[in-house]
Write a protein that binds this ligand. Sequence first.
Ligand code: PGA
Length: 249
Amino acid sequence: MERRPLIAGNWKMNLSLRDAISLAKDIVTGILDIEDRDVLIAPPFPFLYPINKAIEGSKLFLGAQNMHWEEGGAFTGEVSGLMIRDVGCTHVIIGHSERRIIFKETDEMIAKKVKKAIDLGLYPILCVGERLEEREDGKTFEVVKNQLEGGLSLIDEIPDTFIIAYEPVWAIGTGHTATPSQAQEVHSFIRKWIEERYGKEKASFIRILYGGSVKPENIKELMAEEDIDGALVGGASLKVDSFLKIVRF
Ligand code: PGA
């Protein structure tokens, strides 16, 4: 089964409104002739609404970097899935390692977010990945399996549109990309896990992205691996040239 590649830019907490809109517009123009892959950007919350307006009618997908699991209420400083859907998001990144590590998100919280996102018709991008010391201790598969089990604990059926991002923490923002074979090993483990739990057909649909220091120089070899279906790009998604080079791998 041919899975359609997805290149997603995670802008994190970067850019001014003006720069964000101009980057989004440049990406729209840069992908006009692209038909065979999906492209997504995940800007900071306050930029979602104006960017949605700026990219209206284009094929660029819009995603949020996080959401709360409740639809509304007394949760100062939080943003709900309903709200991000209202401002044009189709996708939402859930459980990014920066959320897990800096903001102490647990698998229980992540599971509730995943469930709510699916209930609202959003496409979750569930992030998993081991830390350096876990890899060195030979615990990579165990950590990833626990994160998958934890993050998916509240849903019985995984939609075909579900997306998983394997992002080894030691590769994020460090310049140390996982080698294609290191990444493929974990991607294939993830696909087998989906197959065991949800069946072979489902496993053949689910896209698994790689994230962690993806650059124009390494995207081609990563995408050549059988189970790598796209990339979640941080730093290199903030400049139109490098992002479009990655999109056009
Ligand atoms: P990076 O970030 O490309 O800057 O390593 C990736 C991510 O955190 O999604």
